[in-house]
Write a protein that binds this ligand. Structure first.
Ligand code: RFL
Ligand code: PHB
Length: 387
């Protein structure tokens, strides 16, 4: 089998890249380790920047998002019970789209089906070969071993994928920060407690009120890394969540059974460079941010944008885009890294933090409440830097 671009991973990065390239007349094959149902059962991101919204439209996969997604003009920040609003529209003239990653992924699969793109599921033992020469990819399934020859490989296989490891250790530099806590998240079929997201810093720990639609809420609380999902009954979650929200918000909260409950550890990670020979890394395969800034999926989208531009130019005879890919993508990634780290640092309770450090967190939040300049900076980063 032969294709122009072999794409490893059928998550949002891989599918969006495949969809854009196919529509530009460039052939792709997507190799995904899991089944489609498995990929579509993952509950992850919920906040889309304008850049991703526009890419989905360009990919012909934005119609349902435009019908069912919700544009938000701002969000709320709370600090031990006090709450104030950051008005994105007023601060920087931009908005974000609230629409679940699960729905984005479903729309991309449907769009791939509609154009007859090749997505191969349950591909085991994917391996990348001859990446500085004539690249090819092998994998196995129930029928045996298969080989796919290609011009380029796009490694879109997430943090635990194989693509990043295909870059020799001598070439790769990794940067990492692991946070000493995780987020326990639940999804519940209840009306969201507020129209916009609430990011709440509290002495008991951070909490976030988010949503998917007017009947579906997504809530998170900071928990120690040692906690297990089984430790948290729905009742215990609601009690803790209420305690961390401002009183009037807690009083309005509608609770119900959780339909999903999971714990995600928080980590910042970057692997440089993002290109080696004919291999390009995209999305979580190259970088991870803590979810506080809602940047992970949006960074995956900006990588896809730069790679899509580079590859389409390559097939027109211009290699400047693919040659600059790693540098262009990383410049934007490090800005989002900084933002996610600073928001995470300001909003969470760190075990062993000194009183001085706690006062700095309070002062950072007070600065945002007081200063339109500080809010403008937050709004510019939260709604997304231009590509
Ligand atoms: P994914 O989604 O991990 O997809 C990678 C795909 O590759 C497959 N795979 C392989 N396939 C073949 N061979 C192998 N060896 C393979 N190894 C892996 C996997 O099965 C999978 O299908 O990476 P991608 O596409 O780069 O997308 C990245 C995003 O999923 C991620 O950045 C976001 O979910 C992060 N994130 C958020 N991002 C935002 O922009 N806004 C948010 O509000 C937001 N909230 C979140 C989040 C992530 C969270 N968790 C669970 C980590 C909230 C949470 C709780
Ligand atoms: C979500 O709705 O899942 C979500 C929203 C904002 C974040 C993280 C997660 O910062």
């Amino acid at each position: 089998m032969r294709t122009q671009v072999a794409i490893i991973g059928g998550g949002p990065s891989g599918l969006l890249l495949s969809q854009l390239l196919n529509r530009a007349g460039i052939s792709t094959v997507v190799l995904e380790r899991k089944s489609r149902d498995y990929v579509l059962a993952r509950i992850r991101a919920g906040v889309l920047e304008t850049g991703l919204v526009n890419l989905l439209r360009e990919a012909g996969a934005g119609a349902r998002m435009d019908r069912e997604g919700h544009l938000h003009d701002g969000c709320h920040l709370a600090q031990n019970g006090r709450m104030f609003r950051v008005d994105f529209k007023e601060a920087c003239g931009k908005q974000v789209m609230v629409y679940g990653q699960t729905e984005v992924t479903r729309d991309l699969y449907d769009a791939q089906d509609a154009i007859g793109a090749t997505v191969i599921h349950d591909a085991e033992d994917v391996a990348l070969h001859d990446l500085t020469g004539s690249p090819y990819v092998t994998w196995t399934d129930a029928t045996g071993t298969h080989r796919l020859d290609c011009d380029f490989v796009a490694g879109c296989d997430g943090f635990h994928g194989v693509s990043r490891q295909a870059i020799p250790d001598t070439v790769r530099t990794e940067f990492e920060k692991v946070y000493p806590f995780g987020w326990l998240g639940i999804l519940s079929r209840t009306p969201p407690v507020e129209d916009e997201l609430i990011y709440a810093a509290h002495d008991r720990g951070f909490a976030l009120a988010s949503m998917r639609n007017p009947q579906l809420s997504r809530y998170y609380i900071q928990v120690p890394l040692t906690d297990k999902v089984e430790d948290w009954s729905d009742e215990a979650f609601w009690t803790e969540f209420r305690a961390r929200m401002p009183e009037d918000v807690a009083a309005r909260l509608v609770t119900g059974p959780s339909i999903e409950k999971s714990i995600a550890p928080l980590r910042s990670f970057v692997s440089e460079p993002m290109r080696w020979g004919k291999l390009f890394l995209c999305g979580d395969a190259a970088h991870i941010v803590p979810p506080t800034g809602a940047k992970g999926l949006n960074l995956a989208a900006s990588d896809v944008h730069y790679l899509y531009e580079g590859l389409t130019a390559h097939y027109r005879g211009d290699d400047r885009g693919i040659d600059a890919y790693s540098q262009r993508a990383l410049a934007r990634i490090w800005q989002a890294m900084r933002f996610s780290w600073s928001l995470t640092t300001m909003m969470h309770r760190f075990p062993g933090a000194t009183d001085y450090e706690r006062r700095m967190q309070d002062a950072d939040l007070a600065l945002l409440e007081r200063s339109a300049t500080a809010r403008a900076l937050l709004a510019e980063n939260y709604t997304g830097l231009p590509y």
